[in-house]
Design a protein around this ligand. Structure first.
Ligand SMILES: Cc1cc2nc3c(=O)[nH]c(=O)nc-3n(C[C@H](O)[C@H](O)[C@H](O)COP(=O)(O)OP(=O)(O)OC[C@H]3O[C@@H](n4cnc5c(N)ncnc54)[C@H](O)[C@@H]3O)c2cc1C
Ligand code: FES
Length: 506
């Protein structure tokens, strides 16, 4: 059925209806199509992002690209290719014809053709350690770039790569079914001849012999290796607790275990008031569970987002019934009673610990790679060992915007690093220069964050945080290091673009 509100683009539309840089959603054979005019050329592409179906009409057009407003994926307007994660699949394109003062959208164009030639470097075998964001995005890129050799992905997880951010959000809240969680179906791996080895932990790396050994005694030879081992939750011993009471959240099965436990739970204690803890709190509230959040900080997320946004996040959760116990932590547990350092006792059916993560870098340390609170990589994501690259939560890289060596725990960064590492493992020598981006979801409020600010001297708020319409800039010595936004997606995209331009100007 065609939408009467949207013009049928096959019947043509007046050029004057779309100013340069303008966008318009119409239909073609009942399908929503986005018509874009950029630098006086017209492009017709799929109207929705292939990541989470974000409306590209609300995104930013940059030359021949469109960027998604929700999580900053980027697509080529000419070919539809997903140029930047988190989208991995291309959008469709249609042929456009101008006749006089009218633009007509014609037939669908052939899908984006990826590398038609083989890469300059064809390693005899590639091994990726880690089946997460960076690992999957790298495997995808190897095949996109036309690498035809042996490709093995070894993962300690029991499940193929999953949409990890969803595990604390819609899936945990009961709003997303389990079949949305795998990033790719099983046949995707077999069709691309990706040898996915699950339940397998790599325990030794011999970077001279170029050999990996896994816990079950198997060995894998590689010519080039990607360490995409991510991070693991910090374990906090709680005096008096039993292992059956304590839950962490990193993997698909962790999230499923919490859901299974929730079915009979009335009240839960969450330890930690940062992203994971608070997203878990929101999701458990959606399931009707009473949630107490215990954390030593006085203001949630203050270290990352500052006191004002932190206070807003607290009031948002309180308005949904979350009870905070800030400035204290758990003293001990006795049966189902959790006693806090302030003396109060709370009954809890179980406890979720979200007290941070540490990089999973034991393998790299054992191999003698250069370390600095994570695996040290250069701008090409190469480690100190020849032919060994690292990407994602485990890697610390030289960030060109802050001019600091940083390590972050962001989904989009991990995927983009995986993609760049794969290209460089095929000899392309691309610097990793993407501006860090993350998002966090609390009920119906999404916070987007671009850049990276570990400390700042000024916070500037434009708009109204309480009204959920704001952009918050974190500055040091007058320079904007990061920008957090609520309901201002275009501002977030513009801030990212400005930081990219600043990198190019350096
Ligand atoms: C519940 C949750 C919600 C999140 N929400 C957001 C969000 O909203 N926005 C955001 O930006 N980020 C979010 N993140 C962070 C984001 O998921 C991570 O930054 C991202 O997954 C990092 O990707 P990675 O590939 O480096 O590591 P991971 O995705 O953690 O993958 C690491 C992989 O390596 C494997 N591995 C580790 N060691 C070994 C070994 N020795 N041998 C074999 N395999 C090994 C692991 O089993 C795993 O498969 C969230 C994280 C979690 C846990
Ligand atoms: S919906 Fe477009 S990037 Fe997520």
């Amino acid at each position: 059925m065609s939408d009467p509100e949207k013009p049928d683009l096959k019947n043509g539309i007046a050029v004057s209806n779309i100013p340069d840089g303008g966008k318009l959603v119409g239909t073609v054979d009942g399908e929503d199509v986005l018509l874009i005019r950029s630098r006086n050329q017209f492009f017709a592409v799929g109207a929705y992002c292939t990541h989470y179906h974000g409306p590209l009409v609300d995104g930013l057009v940059v030359n021949e690209e469109v960027r998604c407003p929700w999580h900053h994926a980027c697509f080529s307007l000419r070919t539809g290719e997903a140029l930047r994660a988190p989208a991995l699949d291309s959008i469709e394109c249609w042929r456009v014809e101008q006749a006089g003062e009218k633009i007509f959208v014609k037939e669908r164009a052939a899908p984006a053709a990826y590398a038609s030639t083989s890469p300059a470097v064809q390693p005899s075998s590639v091994v990726i350690i880690g089946g997460g964001a960076a690992g999957l995005a790298a495997a995808d890129m190897f095949r996109r770039e036309g690498y035809g050799g042996l490709l093995t992905m070894i993962s300690a997880d029991s499940a193929p790569p999953v949409d990890r951010p969803n595990l604390s959000k819609d899936f945990l809240a009961g709003a997303a079914p389990a079949d949305w969680i795998p990033l790719r179906p099983p046949e995707w791996y077999s069709e691309r001849k990706i040898n996915l080895v699950l339940n397998s932990r790599a325990i030794s790396l011999d970077s001279k012999q170029k050999r990996i050994r896994t816990e079950d005694g198997k060995t894998y030879e590689y010519e080039t290796l990607l360490l995409a081992t991510g991070a693991e939750p910090v374990k906090l011993p709680l005096q008096g607790s039993t292992s059956s009471q304590i839950f962490y959240l990193r993997s698909f099965s962790d999230s499923q275990n919490i859901i299974a436990k929730t079915s009979s739970a009335k009240q839960v204690v969450v330890v930690g008031a940062s992203f994971i803890g608070l997203e878990v709190a929101a999701s458990l509230r959606a399931r009707g569970v009473i949630v107490h959040v215990v954390a030593p900080s006085r203001v949630p997320m203050e270290k990352i987002l500052g006191a004002q946004v932190g206070a807003f996040v607290r009031s948002l959760h309180e308005s949904h019934g979350v009870v905070f116990h800030l400035g204290e932590t758990v003293s001990h547990v006795d049966g189902d009673m959790v006693t806090l350092t302030g003396g109060q006792s709370i009954r809890a059916d179980f406890i979720v610990l979200g007290v941070g993560v540490r990089p999973s870098s034991g393998l790299a340390e054992q191999a003698g790679l250069k370390m600095d609170r994570g695996i040290v990589v250069n701008e090409f994501l190469e480690t100190s060992a020849l032919g060994v690259f690292a990407a994602g939560d485990a890697a610390r890289w030289p960030d060109p915007y802050t001019r600091e060596r940083i390590r972050v725990e962001h989904w989009v960064v991990a995927e983009r690093q995986g993609q760049t590492a794969a290209k460089n493992m095929l000899g392309m020598r691309q610097k990793f220069e993407a501006v860090p981006f993350f998002w966090s979801q609390h009920y119906d409020v999404q916070i987007n964050y671009v850049g990276h600010a570990e400390n700042w001297d000024t916070i500037e708020v434009d708009g109204d945080i309480e009204k959920r319409d704001c952009s918050v800039s974190y500055k040091r010595d007058g320079r904007t290091l990061a920008v957090a936004t609520i309901s201002r997606d275009l501002k977030s995209l513009a801030a990212e673009l400005e930081m990219e331009s600043s990198i190019k100007r350096q």
